[in-house]
Design a protein around this ligand. Structure first.
Ligand code: IPM
Ligand code: MG
Length: 356
């Protein structure tokens, strides 16, 4: 197959980890006889520096014209002082929204070989851990009306959180369909004891659950979900939740898998065009030092192969290669443990590519 990918390295460790993911994609192309070509596009802080805005129109165009998008990370202290709508993060939110990517899949998988890097006692994760967070990505409080106004204590900032039954059902369907291919359980996370938008969300989920009698369904308040994730993470199969709750819970879930450097994500819309990125940020403190773990980005590329290009065998080959290098004992600093072999970003990418 021929596929045309838009590649957005971004800021901080973004370029380093993207280089390793492209190395692995090229190994897949060679081994399976595909042709992947790439258009590099600017977004985030580097775009602010080059053209004065975080998300140039040319980048949105390049992404829309591609079969799929692979993104590293954006942001850094250099741009922290900018007003909200000029910050690098706007590029991410803007791209997700411009491409209609409402469904963000964040699988949290604890590899047997990494059980030492997991901060929970082995008793809590014995038998492995495999859950997916399905996060609504282009609605909720990250996209609601916001501003400054004069309140009781002077100037205040405000952000509004809104969800329609349509948006809840649209993301809910993704979760139920995913659960059908897994252990058939959906947990919808909300705050319906306090928030009105959560009540609309919950009612929509209940209605949808009736159409999936083969899938076990439960509601959970977000504060309880945060606690349950460390108390008994194995109870979860698919968690579906809104934009902000999903943002927070997916960082928590990632740590259970040993390192935030391990978690990939896929952002999907109605068609096959998706955007694939690690869930971690640009880690400016370690940028350029070869310390970054490229595995989350490499696993994101595997998700791209599976969900956007329909190449399930190739995706499994990448995931298998990652598992193999972990079993071989190769470790970047974030997942290092006694008796393992320390490697840098490039060596990790080379090792995965060599196993394709
Ligand atoms: C993530 C990140 C982004 C988000 C930020 C950088 C805008 O935290 O992908 O989880 O909040 O979605
Ligand atoms: Mg986040």
């Amino acid at each position: 197959m021929k596929a045309h990918l838009a590649v957005i390295p971004g800021d901080g460790i973004g370029p380093e980890i993207i280089a390793e993911a492209l190395k692995v994609l090229q190994a897949v192309a060679r081994r399976y006889g595909h042709t992947f070509d790439y258009t590099q596009a600017l977004a985030g802080g580097c775009a602010i520096d080059a053209v004065g805005e975080p998300l140039p129109e040319a980048t949105v165009k390049a992404c829309k014209a591609s079969d799929s998008v692979l993104l590293g990370a954006v942001g850094g202290p250099k741009w922290d002082g900018l007003p909200g709508d000029k910050r690098p993060e706007r590029a991410l939110l803007g791209l997700r929204s411009a491409l209609g990517l409402f469904a963000n899949l964040r699988p949290a998988l604890l590899y047997e070989a990494l059980s030492d890097a997991c901060p929970l006692k082995p008793a809590y994760t014995r038998g492995g851990l495999d859950l997916v967070i399905v996060r609504e990505l282009i609605g909720g409080i990250y996209f609601g009306e916001r501003g400054r106004r004069t309140g009781r204590f002077g100037e205040e900032g405000y952000d509004t959180m809104a969800y329609s039954a349509f948006e809840a059902e649209r993301i809910g369907r993704v979760a139920f369909e995913m659960a059908r291919k897994r252990r058939k359980k959906v947990t919808s996370v909300d705050k319906a004891n306090v928030l009105e938008n959560s009540r609309v969300w919950r009612a929509a989920m209940h209605k949808l659950a009736e159409a999936y009698p083969d899938v076990e369904y439960e509601d959970m308040f977000v504060d309880n979900a945060a606690m349950q994730l460390v108390r008994n993470p194995r109870q979860f199969d698919v968690l579906v939740t809104g934009n902000m709750f999903g943002d927070i819970l997916s960082d928590e879930a990632s740590m259970i898998t040993g390192s935030i450097g391990m978690l990939p994500s896929a952002s999907l819309g109605e068609g096959t065009l998706g955007m694939y990125e690690p869930i971690h940020g640009s880690a400016p403190d370690i940028a350029g030092q070869g310390k970054a773990n490229p595995l989350a980005t490499i696993l994101s590329a595997a998700m791209l192969l599976r969900y956007s290009l329909g190449l399930a065998d190739e995706a499994a080959a990448v995931e298998g290669a990652v598992q193999a290098v972990l079993e071989q004992g190769l470790r970047t600093p974030d997942i290092m443990s006694e008796g393992c072999t320390p490697v840098n970003t490039r060596q990790m990418g080379d090792a995965v590519a060599a196993r394709i």
